[in-house]
Ligand binder design. Sequence first.
Ligand code: AMP
Ligand code: ZN
Length: 111
Amino acid sequence: MSDCLFCKIITGDIPADIIYQDDKILIFKDINPKADVHLLMIPKAHIESLVQLNESHNDLIAYMMLKLPELANDQGLNSGFRTIINTGRDGGQEVFHLHIHLLGGQNLPGF
Ligand code: AMP
Ligand code: ZN
């Protein structure tokens, strides 16, 4: 997806504060943090949103879910964290490349 912001972060065309990456996922700091820790986890494959997932993505999604507590632990979030996936326009999704927000720290806003 040549006009996708997060695909451009994956290719390095747009800079980001990258925390972790491997062949499947990229994790970087949200540019407009809503909490002390605010990271975004994205698949390297361009998938628009949760709606576009199918059974071919089972392994990828399991991999992402299992990575989240490990990531939270690495960030020092030992007493909890919040994950958010906004889906579609009415779900508040602004960037149409699937991403999981990881939020934590002392200043978590109310939900
Ligand atoms: P959502 O509303 O779930 O689509 O969230 C999109 C998130 O991407 C927002 O929290 C933005 O602050 C974040 N964002 C937008 N552009 C960038 C960027 N260039 N680098 C890092 N995060 C970004
Ligand atoms: Zn993309």
